[in-house]
Design a protein around this ligand. Structure first.
Ligand code: PHB
Length: 395
């Protein structure tokens, strides 16, 4: 009798999670955890972990999230493709997420389509990425969203002659085209253009060329992280600022977490971007506070962290709505039109037609705030859709 009682009790406990609809949702995270760009992967990863820690409690009973992390080591499309393949076929993930780099996102896209695995992009910013698979949605940004209004703003604000220098890969090409269109349509003149290597660039010779061309402004795109500080230093060391050249660009060039490494040369740099950790919106202040509590007072969440944070919000939304039983097409339907007015960056939406993010862009200036450098917003361009898709009528 005793035996049967305890047997039944044990069996009931074992069956309980099943009866309550126990589900583990597997998310394959492809991100850069090593190499010279590991600080970028760390931003995204810390945001994913923090979001999950704060909001896991809102999942339906019995539903769990399992994160399976894989290191693409940097902009390496072959590695990214192999990792996605393994995550899909061996680990049987329900969704893919992450991806700092455009070439990696392009490499994963056909696999997401073939296997019908929803793929939430948390960084990679080349406009065309979302057009390469119906299973991709993006919660980060496009370079067109920042660099096109940057060009318009420069033309409107009395800059007549600009030089354009970008990293020679997808987002650089987009930033270049977007800035040139915005600036030239507004009457500005491009006096020089250069594409710089993505791997191990020495920026000094490029900055010398720019100085010799004597533009009023230099528009730059390089990937955020260490390269942002390196080009800022080259700009300073060669005296471009003293020569009267204004540095402008998308927010990647003054990424918040690198500002403490840049020094005063960054003061006055004007950028357009969707996020600064210095923003005073209550949702942002709460986010920055939670981040510092978790990762230390000196740790600064930058735009890549916000991509990870909001990406997890969209993922948890889809998991909650399906009570952990993930259907790929239903997931995509739930992401299309998903809105969040509590993002640290301001209100956001995933455009139901393009599956790309719609968000405010802010014009910002690097200033000293309470002894530290900060990107201070002074103008808002509300609800910006990817201009590349509008201009080229792309879905
Ligand atoms: C990208 O590969 O799309 C990318 C990488 C770094 C950035 C922005 C975009 O800062």
């Amino acid at each position: 009798m005793r035996f049967w009682k305890s047997f039944i009790a044990t069996a009931a406990v074992a069956l309980l999670p099943w009866a309550a609809g126990a589900q583990t949702v597997k998310i394959g995270i492809i991100n850069t955890y090593s190499g010279p760009n590991a600080t970028l992967g760390e931003q995204i990863d810390n945001a994913i972990k923090l979001h999950l820690k704060e909001y896991e409690k809102n999942l339906p009973p019995g539903v769990k999230i399992e994160l399976i992390r894989r290191d693409d080591t940097g902009p390496n499309p072959e590695v990214a493709k192999r990792l996605a393949q393994e995550l899909i076929t061996r680990d049987k993930v329900n969704m893919l997420a992450g991806v700092v780099w455009t070439p990696n996102a392009f490499a994963i896209a056909p696999l997401a389509t073939e296997a019908k695995v929803p793929f939430m992009i948390m960084n990679a910013g080349t406009s065309a990425i979302t057009t390469t698979s119906p299973y991709i949605a993006r919660v980060s940004f496009t370079l067109w969203q920042s660099s096109y209004p940057m060009g318009q703003w420069a033309a409107k604000n009395n800059i007549k002659r600009a030089y354009v220098a970008v990293s020679d890969f997808g987002p650089g090409h987009d930033a270049e085209a977007a800035f040139i269109k915005g600036f030239s349509d507004g009457g500005g003149q491009i006096v020089g253009q250069v594409r710089m290597p993505l791997a191990n660039p020495d920026f000094v010779p490029f900055m010398q060329r720019v100085k010799d061309a004597k533009p009023e402004a230099l528009f730059v795109f390089i990937p955020a992280g260490r390269q942002a500080t390196a080009i800022m230093k080259a700009f300073g060391d060669l005296g471009l600022g003293q020569a009267g050249i204004k540095l402008i660009g998308p927010g990647d060039i003054t990424t918040d977490e690198e500002l403490p490494n840049m020094g005063d040369v960054a003061l006055g740099v004007i950028t357009v971007h969707h996020y600064t950790s210095a923003a005073t919106r209550p949702a942002n202040q709460a986010f920055v506070q939670a981040w510092k509590r978790e990762y230390g007072q000196n740790s600064i969440p930058a735009f890549m962290a916000v991509g990870g944070w909001d990406g997890m919000a969209a993922i948890l939304h889809a998991v909650r709505e399906q009570k952990g039983r993930i259907d790929p097409d239903r997931t995509m339907a739930l992401w299309k039109g998903w809105k969040n007015d509590q993002s640290p960056r301001g209100p956001i939406m995933i455009d139901p037609e393009t599956r790309d993010i719609v968000q405010n862009e802010y014009v910002r200036r690097v200033e000293r705030v309470g002894g530290a450098l900060a990107n201070v917003e002074f103008e808002t361009i509300p609800a910006v859709k990817d201009p590349w898709k509008i201009i080229n009528d792309k879905k």
